[in-house]
Write a protein that binds this ligand. Structure first.
Ligand code: ADP
Ligand code: MG
Ligand code: MG
Length: 258
């Protein structure tokens, strides 16, 4: 049983004009994600959803100016990016990075070694990777390709979920894993997430702009995220309300301070 606890989190990002003040993006986020729970964070573009995921993962561009993040009581903000991964946090990025010259096969085994603390035995590893790949309907030659290089949007997202299945984190943050997927890829990717939830009893923080993925991955909690904070929380029914009415009412409430 694991708990990711975020309290009154404020995060800023350096202004590209380095003489100007940093820009405050997160303005007091409170959120608790436990094993076995799926939380959907839904909000308009530019509201700070990816900033939240980067702050949890430890991206150096994002500065936590106040507030806390803990995993099972341990101070996450004191940990390096690697330590966060070893502690059981996983981020599937909205825009996965290409790594030319590094094969998928090497990349995945290195990541598994780092997280598990020892290299998986080669024979077991190949079997494990191939099984996980076939569940995600990924072709075997994928392992020889360079990380994300020339991958289609759908292939990049399948690769993120392949990592999820192999690294078995305690809490997974999935940032717009649904974006750019056709219906078949969305189904396969969602099944991958649901298998992770069943097998690992993992906690999931599912960041999304659209309600579509929530037909496949059922959220226990839905949070409306506007202008750097959670403005409303509820159950799955809140997603239906957003589907019908959009974010407009919330965005207005946030800007007028109502
Ligand atoms: P979302 O994921 O909800 O679309 P983001 O977290 O990506 O939102 O961005 C929130 C706001 O912070 C946006 O106005 C965006 O332009 C700004 N922002 C995010 N990252 C950076 C950065 N590295 N440099 C400058 N501005 C940034
Ligand atoms: Mg965005
Ligand atoms: Mg984003």
């Amino acid at each position: 049983m694991s708990t990711l606890e975020i309290r009154d989190l404020h995060v800023s990002v350096a202004n590209s004009d380095s003489t100007a003040e940093p820009i405050n993006i997160l303005k007091g986020v409170d959120l608790t994600v436990k094993s076995g729970e799926t939380h959907a964070i839904m909000g308009p573009n530019g509201s700070g959803k990816s900033t939240l995921s980067y702050a949890i993962a430890g991206h150096p561009k994002y500065t936590v100016t106040s507030g806390t993040i803990t995993l099972d009581g341990e101070d996450v903000l004191e940990m390096s990016v690697d330590e966060r991964a070893r502690a059981g946090l996983f981020l599937a990025m909205q825009y996965p990075v290409e790594v030319p010259g590094v094969s998928m096969s090497n990349f995945l085994r290195t990541a598994a070694t780092a997280v598990r603390g020892e290299a998986p035995k080669l024979r077991h590893w190949v079997k494990e990777a191939k099984t996980a790949m076939s569940e995600l309907e990924i072709e075997a030659n994928f392992l020889e390709r360079n990380v994300n290089e020339g991958f289609s949007g759908g292939e990049k997202k399948r690769h993120e979920i392949l990592q999820l299945g192999l690294l078995k984190p305690k809490i997974a943050i999935l940032d717009e894993t649904d974006s750019g997927l056709d219906v078949d890829a969305l189904r396969v990717v969602s099944e991958g997430v649901n298998k992770y939830k069943e097998r690992e009893d993992g906690g999931v923080l599912l960041i999304t702009h659209y309600t579509r993925i929530l037909r496949y991955i059922k959220p226990d909690f839905v949070h409306v995220f506007v202008n750097g904070e959670i403005v409303k929380s509820g159950g799955a029914e809140l997603a239906d309300e957003l589907e019908a009415n959009g974010y407009a009412g919330y965005a207005q409430a946030a800007t007028t301070g109502a």
